[in-house]
Design a binder for this molecule. Structure first.
Ligand SMILES: CC(C)(COP(=O)(O)OP(=O)(O)OC[C@H]1O[C@@H](n2cnc3c(N)ncnc32)[C@H](O)[C@@H]1OP(=O)(O)O)[C@@H](O)C(=O)NCCC(=O)NCCS
Length: 263
């Protein structure tokens, strides 16, 4: 499958770097991440076009065939315009629709006025603090399944950082990491940001802005990136931060997902 969209292309780049299994079946792609089976976007099927008549039944059958143990369902559509296709078929799939915005900028970003102590995340304690930041961004304590997912994602982030294909950075206040993000590249001059998050008690101090700028310099200098890519929910304030930091809207990314049925 010839992947056209930057969102899916950089997702696949990250999955490849992280050691996920990616199988190209010509008219669809299958991604599996056995180390984190409840990670939707590590365990999904990607299709090259929006839904057409008959696709819902076919896509569901393919997902079940390739991910027989999964309780979720996740379908990526390689359509940079954001078009989902036949709405009757979307309804038949019984999925939530996420149409996110893919933004790009030249690396490095324009210099940020925000000042913060930013450093690479390295030690066991640093990584524990990264996980704490991730957990702090949840509304209340996450259920054990989600906490396990976040813990596995953090372990993967560490493994990726230590394998030299990118880095995770923390903004430090009083000796503690309270805001974090990652940036990775599989080559080709493109680097993709991951998980821009600030502990709610430390927001609106410019920490995420400082991290974005710092990581873009790292991408340009150390990863050979001329372009940095970030994906944002269109109606959440993070996209304003990205636009004001120098990013421009480039494409849409279409992801369809169904959560596990409640027990
Ligand atoms: C998005 C997020 C990382 C921003 O972190 P932050 O450290 O507070 O961001 P900054 O202080 O650097 O904010 C920079 C700019 O972003 C915008 N912004 C940040 N928070 C905002 C809010 N609550 N409402 C409106 N604009 C906001 C503003 O333009 C702000 O500049 P200003 O403070 O000069 O007005 C943080 O809100 C967060 O962790 N959210 C939950 C996780 C998440 O969804 N991350 C984004 C994934 S795409």
């Amino acid at each position: 499958m010839d992947v056209r969209s930057l969102g899916l292309r950089t997702d696949l780049m990250l999955r490849q770097l992280a050691g996920s299994q990616i199988t190209d079946h010509g008219d669809h792609l299958v991604v599996r991440t056995p180390d984190n089976p409840t990670f939707y976007w590590g365990n999904f099927v990607a299709f090259p076009h929006p839904l057409r008549a008959g696709d819902a039944a076919r896509w569901e059958a393919l997902f079940t065939q390739y991910h027989p143990g999964a309780r979720h369902r996740a379908y990526a559509i390689d359509e940079p315009s954001g078009e989902v296709g036949d709405l009757g078929e979307v309804a038949a799939l019984r999925v939530e629709r996420d149409i996110n915005t893919v933004l790009t900028a030249a690396a490095p970003l324009p210099r940020s006025q925000a000042t913060a102590e930013v450093r690479p995340v390295q030690t066991d304690q640093d990584w524990r603090q990264v996980l704490d930041v991730r957990l702090s961004c949840e509304d209340g304590p996450p259920d054990p399944g989600y906490a396990d997912f976040l813990s596995r994602k953090t372990a993967e982030a560490r493994w990726l950082s230590e394998s030299g294909v990118g880095s995770w950075f923390g903004a430090v206040v009083d000796g503690r990491i309270v805001a974090t993000l990652g940036i990775f590249s599989g080559g080709g001059g493109i680097a993709r940001y991951q998980n821009v998050e600030t502990d709610p008690a430390f927001r609106r101090r410019g920490l995420a802005r400082a991290l974005l700028w710092h990581a873009s310099g790292h991408a340009a200098r150390e990863l050979g990136a001329h372009t940095v890519v970030i994906v944002a929910v269109p109606n959440y304030h993070a996209i304003d931060l990205y636009r004001s930091a120098g990013f421009r809207d480039a494409e849409k990314q279409v992801q369809l997902q169904a959560r596990p049925p409640k027990p």
